[in-house]
Design a protein around this ligand. Structure first.
Ligand SMILES: [Zn+2]
Length: 156
């Protein structure tokens, strides 16, 4: 005779289920185990959809020092097109740049414009161009300071 795992009563040798308390004698035959087997893939999905992207989300401010900006071209007309080359010295790919152009005449602040490019992408340790379109720049503006205000890392 064997002993039931649950009620500790004697049951026939080799019985897979106790005739007294209905307990399964092998852990893998238990309906509880079968229901738990499906919670594992659920946790894996949860991890990839929610936890990992949260962990991978980076704040641009923490990496600001690892970017450099260089003005490469200007189209001189009534509308200014200012092109800048951004260098990414981080190990991550960034997207969706937001930037700010501060226009000055000498030390006098004339205007600030904000813009963003959603389709913009920069590879790890790569370079990428961004163009700011200034419609009707203020008269006498001689300095156009470009400043990145934000960008985002990829989800994965
Ligand atoms: Zn039993």
């Amino acid at each position: 005779m064997a002993i039931c795992r649950a009620c500790k009563q004697e049951i026939p040798d080799g019985a897979t289920k106790c005739h007294l308390c209905q307990s399964h004698q092998k852990w893998y035959q238990s309906p509880l185990f079968l229901s738990q087997i499906f919670t594992l893939p659920m946790f894996i999905v949860l991890y990839f959809v929610i936890l990992r992207p949260m962990y991978n989300k980076r704040d641009f401010e923490d990496y600001r020092d690892q970017f450099s900006v260089e003005r490469v071209a200007t189209t001189d007309s009534s509308d200014q097109h200012l092109t800048y080359r951004i260098t990414n010295n981080t190990d991550y790919k960034w997207v969706d740049i937001s930037f700010e152009i501060t226009m000055k005449k000498g030390d006098e602040l004339l205007s600030v414009e904000n813009d963003q490019e959603y389709s913009w992408v920069i590879r790890p340790h790569g370079q990428s161009l961004v163009t700011a379109y200034i419609n009707h720049p203020p008269d006498g503006a001689d300095t156009f300071d470009f400043r990145i205000t934000d960008m985002k890392t990829e989800r994965y």
